[in-house]
Design a protein around this ligand. Structure first.
Ligand code: ADP
Ligand code: MG
Length: 404
């Protein structure tokens, strides 16, 4: 990310209802494997974010998605078109303020679904026929022709890998699968050291090369395995936003699996407001409200997709440098950026790096990032989790809200 995100400028006036978008529990599908902890998803509804319009709240839980929409319906509210569906092993939701009467919801939904199906056909590792799966399966180390979009995304991923000293690495797939977070079956025990070492030998973003003309990928070893899960949802959000823009729609909120992008205003003419969750498994509560005005937001956390062995938590963020799931107190990272694919990739990168290194890197690059840790502490009612947080200056700037 070359520059800090545009700060969100709110408008003066009453505090509007808040949009609470929880990170959905992953389901079996193209980008997320269901974890042991996610087999009994809990639907938690949050109503604490609103302030003065409690009586005017309409809560709509989208089936199984753990997304709660708090829509204002006071006299000033405009009609919001809400679309939703399934993609990338999770759900998507789109809210638009149709400026014209000629926006046909069914036709728009079909175009969004077709677009997301195309993105999946390029980069899903759960679809053996996707371009990425065919590249992964290819035994050749010659150039392999792919779509320009795939080259573009791999180039973005490489930039984040270089900037994060390899903490972000889309070739981490063999380790992801070994730890049971990929398309393969989840193991019953922790992987053996020899297996971790063997998987690590296959990992390394410099073993993957791109060519723009004609668009192609090349790998240094036939068993390199590329996994775009940590960036694909953000990319999908950007593509859907671009589709809406091409239709002349400029007031919208797009969300895929908890990664978001908002532009313009909501039904009350105010910026979209999003709740960053407290990183707690099995419970949903608001940690902080962030206005999303021409801005994308992505969160990576250890609290939705993980399993536990002997009280130790193993989450789906893998440190490619050690071969192990990250094991530090940092529980979630939320990144704001102009584009959701950058926010998505950086959220994963910073989560892997941990609070100290991640925060220092984010500050030095002017990234807007919020780090929330989980620390077991002795409180008045015995041991309890506390959630100390640290935000970069760019995050505080971007999250400023003139209406609060
Ligand atoms: P979420 O799916 O919760 O939005 P992320 O965007 O952080 O979370 O993506 C997590 C997924 O990214 C993992 O399930 C795995 O497939 C992949 N992954 C894990 N560790 C890394 C890493 N260090 N670099 C890139 N991708 C990773
Ligand atoms: Mg990510």
């Amino acid at each position: 990310m070359s520059r800090a995100p545009v700060p969100a400028l709110g408008q003066a006036g009453p505090v509007p209802p808040t949009q609470t978008v929880s990170k959905p529990a992953p389901s079996l599908g193209p980008y997320n494997a269901m974890s042991r902890s996610d087999r009994k998803p809990v639907l938690g509804l949050l109503l604490s974010a609103h302030r003065r319009h409690a009586s005017a709240l309409v809560a709509t839980a989208i089936a199984g998605a753990m997304v709660l929409l708090l829509a204002g319906c006071g006299p000033k509210s405009a009609k919001v078109l809400a679309l939703s569906g399934a993609t990338m092993g999770t759900t998507y939701s789109v809210q638009v303020l149709p400026p014209r009467a000629d926006v046909d919801p069914n036709a728009l939904q079909q175009r969004i679904d077709a677009l997301l199906a195309k993105v999946n056909a390029l980069m899903s590792t759960y679809d053996p026929d996707s371009e990425l799966s065919r590249f992964n399966a290819a035994q050749s180390t010659d150039w392999f022709a792919v779509s320009p979009e795939l080259v573009e995304l791999v180039d973005v991923a490489r930039k984040v890998s270089e900037a994060s000293d390899g903490a972000f690495d889309i070739t981490v797939g063999p380790l992801v699968n070994l730890w049971g977070f990929g398309p393969d079956l989840r193991p019953d025990a922790l992987p053996a050291r020899t297996d971790i070492d063997a998987a690590r030998a296959r990992v390394g973003y410099h073993k993957l090369h791109t060519r723009a003309e004609p668009p192609a990928l090349r790998k240094d070893r036939p068993d390199l395995y590329v996994d775009l899960s940590a960036i694909a949802k953000g990319y999908g959000v950007d593509r859907v936003a671009a589709l809406l823009e091409s239709e002349g729609l400029t007031d919208y909120l797009v969300e895929i699996g908890g990664e978001l992008r908002g532009r313009g205003v909501n039904g009350r003419g105010e910026p979209w407001r999003i709740a960053v969750e407290r990183p707690e498994a099995g419970r949903r509560s608001v940690f902080r409200i962030v206005p999303l005005h021409d801005l994308a937001m992505a969160t990576s956390g250890d609290y939705r997709n993980f399993f536990e062995v002997n009280g130790e938590r193993y989450s789906h963020s893998i440190d490619p440098r050690t071969g192990w799931p990250v094991q530090h107190p940092l529980a979630s990272v939320t990144v704001l950026a102009d584009d959701c694919m950058w926010a998505d990739a950086w959220a994963t990168a910073l989560l892997v790096l941990g609070t100290e290194t991640g925060h220092a890197l984010a500050e030095s690059r002017g990234l807007a990032a919020l780090f929330i840790s989980r620390i077991r502490a002795r409180g008045t009612r015995g041991a309890e989790d506390q959630y100390p947080a640290q935000a970069t200056a760019a995050f505080e700037h971007a999250a400023e809200d003139a209406t609060q």
